[in-house]
Design a protein around this ligand. Sequence first.
Ligand code: DGL
Length: 272
Amino acid sequence: MAEASRSQPIGIFDSGLGGLTVAKEIFRLLPNEDVIYFGDTGRYPYGPRSKDIVVEFSRQNTRFLLEQGVKMIVVACNTASALALSVIKQDCDVDMLGVTKPGALSAVKATRNGKIGVIGTTGTISSDIYAKEIGELDSKIKVFSLACPLFVHLVEEGYLNKPASKLIAEDYLAPFCTNGVDTLVLGCTHYPLLKEVIREVLGDRVVLIDSAEETAQTVYQHLMSTNILREKTTDVLHKFYVSDLPDRFHQVARHFLGDKITNVIRIDITKY
Ligand code: DGL
């Protein structure tokens, strides 16, 4: 593994924009770090794709970020964390962290009755990654998993608080109203933006776990323990790259970051 230094940026990749929920937490918790974000908008969505394809795409994303000189890589996409991370990290030159382990850890800390629900894309749910990660932390916990693919599209279209979103959420989440879970992992980059609707459907008795916050904590701890945390700097630079036209990224990024992003560069990811 290559020697990393404090001044190098942190690399983050996602299938598109959703990983900005993770980037936002990293910006907040690690204000001195430069970040290079790659959103694979040209090949989004990853959720319904096969493992082989997600591994191949993630490998190219990783090569691109390595070429930018990152000191570590955060796989902000749940689907890529679930299907590709364990394969790619084996021969990666820098440390790689995903979002599923931190999400599982938060859920285990939060549950009081040992019943945890997990929602995610078809790829994430069919991999059973959260049940495995939770089981490793506490084998007595019961996990109820469910794919909610339409949620991603609702967020992409800006349907965050509309009656249609509530109807779809009621339909998807009906099992969680009766199976007794007291904690629900929002196991997809986009779902934290539907928190309000999900809370309306499930009520306050169910704790919603947003893996973005715990992931940022994990990144912080990792940088501390490996002595590559950048503690002070005068100018912080965040760079954003995408694999399709940047215009839509500009528009939708606002939902995720709350801020406008201007410096988005398009690259040809298939070259990596
Ligand atoms: N980023 C994906 C995830 O967290 C959601 C969007 C997609 O399907 O690519 O699983």
